[in-house]
Design a binder for this molecule. Structure first.
Ligand SMILES: NC(=O)c1ccc[n+]([C@@H]2O[C@H](COP(=O)([O-])OP(=O)(O)OC[C@H]3O[C@@H](n4cnc5c(N)ncnc54)[C@H](O)[C@@H]3O)[C@@H](O)[C@H]2O)c1
Ligand SMILES: [Zn+2]
Ligand SMILES: [Zn+2]
Length: 397
């Protein structure tokens, strides 16, 4: 890493990202305090996420000039004096959460809401609005703080490089889908509905399958994504047919309710008319989940949405049929995924060929310099998960 050698994806304002020269990472937190618990990574792979799209669509208060990227896998090229368990040359997965490992929440593995890494609210992340100002990793190099606590080291370098396209999903979407499935109570024989056939929906569906679900349905309007979901062994539910989801579920299972439901859509959800209806998925989940069932909600909801159509939604206030969920005694599980809770076991599932997640989400490698095209294609609804390749180490293979 020479002086000024770093390049990264920079948010320029609604609809626009650009790859630019950015500052080289340093051993300092966003407030400028020097830290010895960090490492500098050469980024081997870094993925574009639906969460990034909320910002790039102008649906958050993300400031222009922010370096994006929270899904990072890399090689340690420098380590701070206080890093004890990791070494230069280690290949590691970075949980998208920045977590201190010491606060009350981290000690309970609620790392999605670490109490010390973001002065504005609970929870930190790389390259994300309101998440503490940690520089993003859709870049050639990035700094990761609290390295001993946060990083998951892959046991063998060659094996890691051979499976990097699967392992790259450990930084976010695979644990996120898994967290959704666990929170939805998926177990052996469960009937499961996943809303959204994007990468998180597919990761949730794959998770439900390895947790033993009897049926995994995936609903969306996007025909290409539904067809891909079908090819991966899930039951596609084409929501463009009509708006009676329970009927479509009953056609598959014989009953209009499922044991477990997972919202992998979030606040930009569309209703049957094609118009945005931010509460539509949540309301459908309450309708189709059985009495006393669980609903996992990895789909992201915001406290401020400058792009929302009505005033209350702009303040994050949605028209929920909460009485329905209450009367059915359902449980709701929300929030940023605490990645460290799941990434080791999911890594093992990948390394032992139990979870071909790159294939399931249709991982597509593109050069870092083509990030803007990747963002545009993903936004257009292509059935793929875009993986950026900052050093040409993935495309070369
Ligand atoms: N909780 C977390 O830690 C976490 C982590 C990663 C992603 N996320 C969130 O998960 C969500 C999904 O991420 P993604 O990368 O798959 O995004 P994506 O935008 O690629 O996928 C969302 C899909 O939902 C579909 N959709 C829209 N309305 C729908 C409806 N009413 N019913 C069913 N499907 C509908 C869209 O057509 C699209 O295919 C996003 O909100 C993202 O921010 C949360
Ligand atoms: Zn993500
Ligand atoms: Zn903490």
């Amino acid at each position: 890493m020479g002086a000024n050698s770093n390049r990264g994806v920079v948010y320029q304002g609604p609809g626009k990202v650009e790859v630019q020269d950015i500052a080289d990472p340093v051993f300092a937190n966003p407030a400028g305090k020097k830290i010895g618990h960090a490492v500098i990574l050469k980024v081997l792979s870094t993925n574009i996420c639906g969460s990034d799209q909320h910002m790039v669509r102008g649906r958050t208060t993300a400031p222009a000039g922010m370096v994006l990227g929270h899904e990072i896998t890399g090689e340690i090229i420098e380590k701070g004096a206080d890093v004890e368990m990791l070494n230069v040359g280690d290949i590691v997965s970075v949980p998208f959460n920045v977590a201190c490992g010491r606060c009350r929440c981290c000690r309970e593995l609620d790392t999605g809401v670490c109490l010390t890494v973001n002065p504005a609210r609970a929870g930190g992340a790389f390259g994300y609005v309101d998440m503490g100002g940690w520089v993003g990793g859709q870049a050639k190099y990035v700094m990761v703080p609290y390295a001993d606590f946060n990083l998951l080291k892959f046991p063998d370098r060659d094996q890691a490089l051979a499976k990097i396209l699967d392992l790259t999903m450990l930084s976010d979407i695979l644990p996120t889908g898994f967290h959704g499935a666990i929170n939805a109570g998926v177990g052996v024989g469960s009937t499961t509905y996943v809303a959204g056939a994007g990468p998180v929906g597919l990761a949730a569906a794959a998770s439900a399958q390895i947790l033993g679900a009897a049926v995994v349905m995936v609903g969306d309007f996007n025909k290409e994504r539904l067809e891909h979901a079908r090819k991966m062994g899930f039951v596609p539910i084409d929501l463009s047919q009509h708006d009676r989801l329970g009927e479509m579920v009953a056609q598959v299972t014989g009953t209009p309710e499922v044991d477990s439901a997972i919202d992998a859509v979030g606040f930009e959800a569309r209703g049957h008319s094609g118009k945005e209806q931010p509460a539509v998925v949540l309301n459908q989940m309450m309708e189709i989940t059985r009495v006393a069932g669980n609903i996992g909600i990895p789909g992201l909801y915001v406290t401020e949405d400058p792009g929302a159509h009505d005033k209350s939604a702009q303040e994050g206030s949605l028209s929920l049929k909460f009485g329905l969920g209450w009367s059915k005694a359902q449980s709701f599980h929300t929030g940023q995924t605490p990645v460290v809770r799941y990434n080791r076991q999911l890594m093992n599932a990948i390394l032992h060929d139990r979870l071909p997640i790159a294939k399931i989400v249709n991982a597509k490698v593109i050069p870092l310099e083509e990030a803007a095209q990747g963002y545009a294609q993903f936004d257009a609804g292509v059935a793929a998960k875009y993986v950026l390749d900052p050093h040409g180490m993935l495309t070369a293979k």
